[in-house]
Design a protein around this ligand. Structure first.
Ligand SMILES: Cc1cc2nc3c(=O)[nH]c(=O)nc-3n(C[C@H](O)[C@H](O)[C@H](O)COP(=O)(O)O)c2cc1C
Length: 408
């Protein structure tokens, strides 16, 4: 059968030149919650490398949703700089997408500038922070912020928005019974837990339809632990997302505050991670250094690690599905496309090599990215920019290499 990898795809109002998307992976390259030349250069390099669409990661829809200093906060002030970036991406023939979300209980007073909010009151060890339950009027206001973010993204020249509804961020905190213990119209039954997501998506879709933008949702197939969302319930949520009228669903899994590596798989180098944590969060830095291997659940990496679960969603849904998780070779990508997924997203393969898509076009089925999942890129983002250990622009200390080399 002929490969569809390099055939165009119509994602709602948007035509992509091929089936590849650079997945939203936090670049940690922002400044003053806005873009930099470095962020632009990275996305332009991916666009030049042949991608169908590149997705700028993790932009907060309002001030209270920020969890990292180098994260984007989507607002009018940064539109000209974002426009400069999207123009440069378009000039390379790729589409430009932006992930929008709110970090909820993953924020911290020091970054968000206010007391962290979530579906319920509680303490998040990961941040670490106490957080408070959102009032119903705040749920309405935040949903409107999602709609406003679409308007800002459009002014900034983006073709598509990806709503982050997974990984244990705010929408996911409402969906998951683990973090949502409310007894009002936003908690309890699945119908109630979906209400905040529905409100956000309705605002997003109204604006996107008016402006002619594509909308995709990053969704958790499962949270990855007992007491979180499991597969059958997640399929119900995906059916609701489909009914609301989005153009595609990105199928991911995992809850960063509980089991971060369930999202990405592979073994996180915890000493390296601790090394890059800032001294301003010294208790966390020390705890991760001493007990990280014990505290953070580790997973073996396997190519296409979400494929078997994602196939259940393919059977249940009709809308375009975007596969993400463990794609590093042309053979893996062809396998996924052959299972009926319309598009594929990649993060680490393109962190290692922004030119990977062009290499696949020129190569054969054995073409692989040089990423070998030592997950240095993840460990590093706590204070530095996103880079691969194999082509890092600054020297990596020997003691970190000793840990990285042990990871198979
Ligand atoms: C350094 C890094 C940062 C990430 N940041 C985000 C993020 O901001 N938003 C998100 O939805 N996923 C994020 N992810 C997850 C990826 O988008 C993707 O779902 C995951 O890495 C699996 O894809 P891969 O095997 O191609 O890397 C990140 C992954 C990495 C490696």
């Amino acid at each position: 059968m002929e490969s569809k990898l390099f055939t165009p795809f119509q994602l709602g109002p948007l035509t992509l030149r091929n089936r590849t998307i650079r997945s939203a992976a936090f670049e940690s390259m922002g400044k003053d919650f806005g873009p930099t030349e470095q962020l632009k250069d990275y996305h332009v390099s991916v666009a030049r490398g042949g991608i169908g669409m590149t997705t700028v990661a993790y932009a907060s829809v309002n001030r209270s949703g920020i969890s990292f200093n180098k994260q984007l906060w989507l607002r009018d002030e940064i539109v000209p700089a974002l426009r400069d970036m999207t123009d440069a991406i378009h000039a390379e023939g790729a589409a430009a997408g932006i992930q929008i979300g709110h970090c909820g209980n993953m924020t911290h007073w020091s970054t968000a500038g206010s007391f962290p909010v979530s579906a319920s009151n509680g303490f998040n060890l990961y941040s670490p922070t106490f957080h408070r339950r959102m009032r119903p009027a705040e749920c309405v206001a935040f949903a409107k912020d999602f709609g406003k973010a679409v308007v800002t993204a459009h002014e900034a020249g983006f073709d598509s928005v990806e709503v982050h509804a997974g990984h244990g961020y705010l929408i996911s905190q409402f969906l998951s019974p683990y973090t949502n213990r409310r007894r009002d119209e936003f908690g309890g039954s699945l119908q109630n837990r979906m209400r905040f997501m529905q409100m956000c998506l309705e605002e997003v879709l109204t604006e996107a339809e008016r402006l002619g933008m594509a909308v995709v949702v990053k969704h958790n197939m499962e949270d990855g632990f007992k007491g979180g969302i499991e597969l059958d319930e997640s399929i119900e949520i995906a059916r609701e997302i489909e009914r609301l009228g989005v153009h595609g669903i990105v199928l991911s899994s995992g809850f960063v505050s509980k089991a971060p590596m369930a999202v990405m798989r592979g073994r996180i180098p915890t000493k390296t991670m601790s090394y890059y944590m800032p001294w301003s969060s010294w208790p966390q830095k020390i705890v991760v250094n001493l007990f990280g291997n014990w505290m953070i659940k580790q997973y073996d990496f396997e190519e296409c690690f979400f494929l078997e679960k994602a196939k259940r969603f393919r059977e249940a849904l009709k809308l375009p599905l975007i596969y993400v998780g463990g794609l590093v070779s042309r053979e893996g990508i062809e396998r996924v496309l052959g299972e009926g997924f319309e598009l594929v997203q990649m993060a680490r393969a393109l962190i290692n090599d922004p030119n990977f898509v062009n290499k696949m076009r020129e190569g054969d089925l054995s073409t692989r990215s040089g990423c070998d999942h030592r997950d240095y890129c993840i460990a590093r983002m706590y204070s530095r920019d996103m880079q691969c250990c194999h082509n890092c622009q600054e020297p990596i200390p020997d003691k970190l290499w000793r840990e990285l080399k042990k990871i198979k």
